[in-house]
Design a protein around this ligand. Structure first.
Ligand code: SF4
Length: 288
């Protein structure tokens, strides 16, 4: 619950506020950019929501926030059923991000042969109830070591298999399926794990039906640049490796959606996505 006694003074005047426990993960800004803004060391409410739809979107950010720093005063009941949030077709945003993964977004993908959870949110009954109704989770796909969060609890709850790359396995010793090397691996029909070392040594992206590409922290959309980006300042293993990995990805993967852990998501025309990824790799080489 947000702390009114810790309301940041830089919030716009009005009911909604961000408190000073914010860790500046950016999740609210990527999700609801029309209401939340960065003030350097944290996020604040830049524009107060006006009307029911804007209020609902503010609640989406509040329920996604890893530190529960977003609230309103006077309080009103939080709407139910905010998450899983439909993104596109079988893909849902699970909200409920974890401070352990610095607010990384996780996803649910509905599949006829067993649903996928891509990276893990906080374990909460607010999600188990709707996920039970949607068929539970069969596979938990971990993009890298930083976004494991409550994967163990989710796996235990659903008896799910857990996939992670060997190089990042220490973050998920409970994993049932370990990826090796750099060659793509088929997980189930239409679901492929593609190792992309760089952000971490064990980073992986997951491609679903040549349409949805779950990229962890290896590739994202920038609302500010309106382009694909990689995070030079948050590259923990090797920028040169990440550049090569994204170059291979550009040559081999087909996709139209980029769905990251951090940063914004985007849908592009597949040819456009391919060209933008090649251009990004060119920019990455220039600053290697
Ligand atoms: S989601 Fe929460 S912790 Fe992250 S930037 Fe927004 S207010 Fe801060």
């Amino acid at each position: 619950m947000a702390r009114i006694d810790q309301r940041d003074a830089r919030n716009a005047d009005g009911a909604w506020f961000v408190d000073t426990r914010c860790i500046d993960c950016g999740t609210c800004r990527e999700l609801v950019p029309e209401l939340f803004a960065d003030v350097g060391d944290q996020s604040v409410v830049a524009v107060q929501p006006a009307g029911p739809e804007a209020e609902r979107r503010a609640w989406l950010a509040a329920e996604a926030c890893p530190t529960q720093s977003i609230g309103r005063s006077p309080r009103t009941p939080r709407p139910s059923g905010l998450y899983p949030l439909a993104v596109d077709g079988p893909v849902f945003d699970l909200g409920h991000t974890s401070e352990a993964s610095f607010g990384a977004t996780s996803y649910l993908v509905l599949r006829p042969d067993g649903n996928l959870m891509v990276d893990a949110p906080r374990f909460t009954r607010s999600l188990t109830r709707p996920l039970d109704a949607m068929g539970g989770v069969t596979h938990i796909l971990l993009t890298h070591r930083d976004d494991v969060a409550d994967a163990r609890r989710w796996a235990e709850h659903y008896g799910a298999r857990v996939w992670i790359h060997h190089a990042d396995r220490r973050a998920a010793p409970f994993a049932t399926d370990v990826l090796h090397g750099r060659e793509p691996v088929a997980i189930t029909a239409g679901v492929v794990a593609i190792p992309v070392p760089g952000h971490t040594e064990g980073s992986v992206v997951f491609a679903v039906d040549d349409t949805w590409l779950f990229t962890g922290d290896s590739l994202a959309w920038s609302l500010r640049a309106q382009d694909l980006v990689a995070f030079r300042g948050a590259c923990w293993y090797s920028w040169e490796e990440q550049t090569r990995s994204l170059g291979r990805l550009a040559e081999t993967a087909n996709f139209s959606w980029v769905l990251p852990g951090h940063g914004a998501r985007v849908r592009l025309d597949p040819e456009h996505a391919h060209r933008r990824l090649l251009a990004l790799v060119g920019r990455m080489r220039a600053v290697a």
